[in-house]
Design a protein around this ligand. Structure first.
Ligand code: COI
Length: 366
């Protein structure tokens, strides 16, 4: 997909204090996930009756909020995550941004926030990335992580949808999501806490779902694990997803299963992309209910060969160990398996322009 005129609708108001080049280059040398932010942010405001207005790119900086701002009280907030990749020829691309724009619209509907049109979503990320182009890193497996988000900005304590909203995009140069780089992570299966229930907000990308994952995530750390895996809230028996990633199970026969979109699972863009790529490898793919007992039995008898996590931030990450109240099982020999490393390479080769893009997933930003 190429650059269109609608990509240019955000007015750029450049900062008069850009980060000096040497400082920026040192920040870009070893980017640590989510710690460093570029000089600008994209922004648009929404007022009931008026719609979206004041589309602009402005200096990155703190937001001033009235203490009564609705989001601070009732968590009416949604967000997205996508990345800008620098290719060898210097061009900068992103991956399936329309899927993120549409998911943000679905999240907005669930959280009673205004829907941002897809063209505004594309225009905001394009304008921000072009303004902060020098912040897109070029090191191996690095990228500029883009975080669009929207919050209820009306100062009002009544419990009803806000009549004002703010949409912003901030950008952060990143390397690997996990501190240890691309190596197998261990997972704590939470049997005491659920992430989302039937009819709840599990399928929406809203801050509240992540807030609900933090206490169990802390429990995971205490058990020596990097991530938490949730089971379905109704029966407490089926795999759902990790704190911020979808999960896949690879059989010894080469088949691949992932939890079906039950309504309480996030519809990951990486999830959907690797389902397509794995199917093209001729594998049997099943989106289905996966009982924890079946997974543990499969790990013990060898019929499950690999387990992996995937998401925009984590890309494709091997899972090497699964622990819970009364089990602690190594996945295979605890190292990354061939299907996991293969699908990670297939996906990142497309994203970094090292392989053809037969699905038209890449969208040029600059
Ligand atoms: C992403 O993968 O982009 C996410 O949103 C997961 C996490 C960093 C919250």
């Amino acid at each position: 997909m190429s650059i269109s005129d609608t990509d240019l609708a955000f007015e750029v108001r450049p900062t008069d204090t850009p980060t000096p080049r040497a400082e920026r280059e040192s920040l870009l040398a070893t980017p640590k996930f989510g710690t460093v932010f570029t000089d600008h942010m994209a922004r648009a405001s929404w007022t009931q009756g008026l719609g979206w207005h004041d589309r602009r790119v402005e200096k990155y900086g703190p937001l001033q909020l009235d203490p009564a701002t609705a989001v601070l009280h009732y968590a009416q907030e949604i967000f997205e995550g996508l990345k800008a990749y620098r290719h060898d020829d210097g061009s900068v691309w992103t991956f399936r941004p329309t899927a993120n724009a549409e998911r943000m619209q679905r999240s907005a509907r669930r959280l009673a926030l205004p829907e941002l049109p897809t063209e505004d979503f594309l225009a905001s990320i394009t304008a921000l990335v072009r303004t902060d182009l020098d912040w897109v890193p070029s090191g191996e497996e690095t990228s500029l992580y883009l975080r669009p988000f929207m919050y209820a900005s009306e100062a009002f304590l009544g419990v009803r949808p806000s009549m004002q909203a703010e949409y912003l995009v901030i950008a952060s140069p990143v390397g690997s999501y996990f501190a240890g780089g691309v190596k197998p992570v261990s997972i704590w299966v939470s049997e005491d806490y659920a992430r989302a229930g039937a009819g709840g907000t599990g399928a929406a990308k809203c801050g509240g779902n992540y807030a609900a994952s933090l206490l169990p995530q802390q429990e995971a750390y205490a058990r020596g694990c990097e991530q938490v895996c949730f089971l379905d809230a109704s029966t407490g028996s089926l795999l759902e997803e990790l704190g911020g990633m979808n999960v896949f199970v690879v059989g010894a026969d080469g088949s691949v299963s992932t939890p079906r979109l039950s309504g309480s699972i996030l519809e990951g863009v990486t999830r959907s992309s690797i389902l397509t790529l794995l199917a093209e490898q001729g594998r049997e793919i099943r989106e289905r209910d996966i009982p924890l007992t079946e997974l543990l039995a499969g790990l013990r008898d060898g019929s499950v060969a690999e387990v992996l996590a995937c998401g925009t931030a984590a890309v494709v990450t091997p899972i090497g160990r699964l622990a819970g109240g009364d089990f602690d099982v190594t996945v295979g020999d605890g190292t990354a398996g061939a299907v996991t490393t293969g699908i990670r390479a297939a996906l990142t080769d497309i994203q970094y322009g090292r392989a053809a893009d037969p699905h038209g997933w890449m969208h040029r930003l600059a």
